[in-house]
Ligand binder design. Structure first.
Ligand code: AMP
Ligand code: MN
Ligand code: MN
Ligand code: MN
Length: 289
């Protein structure tokens, strides 16, 4: 069976490859489908869909990844098959981007106080797009202050609990789910067991809240998942009557070692996840017309 990759980032957010380069890489890997899911932006989608026309054998899916907050932790919601011209979605994204900008100004201030002088101009120069995130700050700091890896920078001054950290004001999961549905998209919870302890009980607690709010799917296949995590997510999806999704979370140089379609080498998101996701998309497309 062919593979698919429904979670990828381009230069429109914090990836280092352009949307058309991602299409080319997906086609070279002989994937049956690729989705562009940049953080809080749809700016890359026109280029992505245009590039997809040269590869009719591969489905190109317009998507987005929206960071939300539940119970003090980030819950990332992916929208697949979204209409990126939907006015409600555009309005929602604008609000989130404003809050991201405010957070970035605080990062400049706090990093400066912590001894890492970084200007907004410097991070903008490496970002390639309008969405500026912590990985761009990490790139600048890595070069200026001679850190070995981006991960080292995160551990030192960017992750929660370090001096440079400042939280973003984030929407609730239901707001993201509703905005995605209004734009005709399918809402999937990304990397549900990412960097968490007591995974199954945490996931169940979140699902009890967001499945009734309209969540459609969960990522059961992810670069960093082992077979056990895929099994946990597959079982919980069944319990909560949700479809399955999956992808690499490809970011180019900003996620070292992760490749389109295969993640760290062992990722296999099967093509047969697509028909159920398309069935769900039909429901919302009809509703949003
Ligand atoms: P932001 O949305 O600007 O807060 O940045 C979040 C992004 O930073 C995530 O999507 C990851 O790509 C990256 N990231 C977050 N935490 C870490 C970490 N501990 N190590 C490496 N990358 C991280
Ligand atoms: Mn990212
Ligand atoms: Mn994420
Ligand atoms: Mn992602």
């Amino acid at each position: 069976m062919k593979k698919i990759d429904l979670h990828m980032h381009s230069t429109a957010s914090d990836g280092t490859f352009s949307p058309s380069a991602i299409v080319a890489m997906g086609a070279a890997a002989e994937l049956a489908a690729v989705a562009l899911t940049d953080h809080d932006t749809t700016d890359g989608i026109d280029e992505f869909m245009d590039a997809g026309k040269a590869h009719p054998e591969m489905l190109t899916i317009p998507g987005i990844e929206i960071s939300t907050l539940f119970d003090g932790r980030e819950v990332h919601i992916i929208g697949l098959f979204i209409d990126h011209h939907n006015p409600g979605l555009i309005e929602f994204i604008k609000r989130i981007q404003g809050q991201r900008h405010d957070r970035n100004l605080k990062l400049v201030e706090k990093l400066g106080q912590a001894g890492y002088s970084v200007s907004l101009d410097e991070v903008t120069a490496v970002s390639g797009g309008k969405i500026i995130g912590r990985p761009h700050f990490a790139q600048v700091i890595k070069e200026k202050y001679a850190f070995n890896t981006l991960q080292d920078v995160f551990e030192n001054c960017l992750k929660r609990g370090t001096p440079g950290f400042h939280p973003r004001i984030l929407p609730q999961p239901a707001e993201a789910i509703n905005a995605i549905h209004a734009a005709g998209g399918v809402a999937a919870w990304a990397h549900p067991v990412y960097r968490n302890q007591n995974e199954r009980s945490w996931v169940r607690r979140v699902l009890r809240k967001i499945a009734p709010e309209g969540l459609d799917a969960v990522e059961a296949y992810y670069s960093k998942f082992d077979a056990g995590q895929t099994r946990i997510m597959t079982e919980l999806a069944k319990e909560f009557n949700l479809a399955l999704s999956g992808g690499s979370d490809f970011h180019g140089e900003n996620s070292p070692g992760v490749m389109p379609g295969i993640g760290f080498g062992g990722l296999e998101v099967p093509e047969n996840l697509l028909p159920p996701l398309l069935e769900i998309a039909k429901k919302y497309i009809l509703r949003s017309c």
